[in-house]
Design a protein around this ligand. Structure first.
Ligand SMILES: [Zn+2]
Length: 389
């Protein structure tokens, strides 16, 4: 099993190569399969060579990467044998490529190009180091590999192709970095914090407006500016809110940002949604406060409100508060739905066929029509209301 990460942009190309190898492996009846992970952030180092040829790190970036896991051991394992290394023989010494994570032994760099199978002494450019189940090494030439181990040099070469896909990892030289121009990933908290700072300074401006919040926050992120401590603290609040949000049935920018805060990283094209989140959090908190107030009022009413009078009884109600709940047009005309509360906290409901100008402080004359409980609150339904003179 081989595991390696590649730039997300290169994933399609790697898949194509692996598919081609899988097809070839099937021709040799060798099991070969692979899996690809979702995109995730990966830190890469970008290097440059100094005038004396030494390589040094010039920068680190977080980019989108995907992981490949390739099951391809059958290419270099059979009949108790494992090909451990390919040795390319040259006049100035050998080049050794270790296979399957096998450690390369120092003596392989200077070993002669002999073959333990045919024992024929002749110049060979390539030999293979093989290990049996007893942990013994045998070196065989390319043409004898198949006879000796049952492993074809062709499948061994395919294994080397898999290995080439992962060669060097994701760190790269500056030239390669520039030509790759990979999608970078940015810390979601930093983006959110800058968005908060920008909104605080200039107010929220939509993405299609001049100097939009997204644009200004993006500039600050790309310039590597430090967000304010307050911005970072609000960013954390936004992350906590989104991560614990019940996403069932939720659509819109908040929902889109949930996977971003879960991964902790975002690409530039996601900045617009993130830039809106300080506003979204503010609205969420206002909504939550309104709901909390409504619930507190309801609980208070559930405790205080009692049924008043008997059905048919004429009451005098000292109105403490009056509220038009809603109104609608029907077949018989408009209906206005009023709620009155008296000084003891009892609730009265009136389905009125005309508007009422009571605002509190008046005494209403009304007849009890019914008693009903709504959301745990006992309400007296009244009719034939009039403000007493
Ligand atoms: Zn041989």
């Amino acid at each position: 099993m081989e595991r390696f990460a590649v730039y997300a942009e290169a994933a399609e190309e790697v898949k194509k190569k692996l598919d081609r190898l899988a097809k070839k492996a099937a021709g040799y009846e060798i099991p070969f399969s692979y899996t690809v992970s979702e995109e995730h952030p990966e830190v890469v180092r970008v290097m440059d060579a100094g005038p004396d040829g030494t390589v040094h790190e010039v920068n680190r970036y977080t980019v989108a990467a995907v992981d490949f896991v390739v099951e391809c051991d059958g290419l270099i394992k059979a009949n108790g044998w494992t090909v451990c290394a390919k040795i390319e023989h040259g006049e100035k010494g050998n080049i050794v490529t270790g296979f399957g994570g096998h450690p390369v032994l120092p003596e392989w760099y200077s070993v002669d190009a002999g073959c333990d199978h045919c024992h024929v002494k002749r110049p060979r450019s390539v030999t293979f180091m093989c290990e049996n189940e007893q942990g013994e090494y045998r070196q065989v030439g390319r043409t004898c590999l198949k006879d000796y181990t049952g492993i074809s040099p062709a499948t061994t070469a395919m294994w080397a192709e898999v290995r080439d896909l992962m060669a060097g990892g994701m760190d790269c030289m500056i030239g390669e970095w520039e030509s790759r121009n990979p999608a970078q990933m940015y810390d979601v908290r930093v983006v959110l914090a800058h968005a908060y700072d920008v909104v605080k300074e200039f107010g929220y401006r939509k993405s299609d407006e001049l100097n939009s919040t997204r644009e200004m926050a993006t500039d600050r992120v790309l310039d590597g500016k430090e967000p304010s401590a307050e911005g970072l603290s609000v960013a954390q609040e936004i992350v906590d809110w989104l991560i614990t949000m019940d996403v069932e049935g939720i659509i819109g920018p908040e929902r889109d940002c949930v996977p971003l805060v879960q991964s902790g990283y975002a690409k530039r094209r996601h900045f617009g949604r993130l830039a809106y989140m300080p506003v979204a959090l503010k609205r969420h908190k206002e909504r939550a406060a309104r709901e909390a107030k409504r619930e507190a009022d309801r609980q208070m009413a559930a405790t205080n409100s009692k049924y008043v009078g008997a059905v048919g009884e004429r009451l005098s109600i000292k109105v403490a508060a009056a509220q038009l709940l809603t109104s609608w047009d029907g077949y018989y005309g408009t209906t206005w739905l009023y709620k009155f509360t008296d000084e003891s906290g009892n609730e009265f409901v009136w389905y009125a066929s005309r508007p009422c100008d009571a605002i509190g402080g008046e005494v209403l004359k009304a007849t009890v029509k019914d008693h009903k409980e709504r959301d745990g609150v006992k309400q007296t339904i009244i009719t034939r209301c009039s403000v007493a003179a």
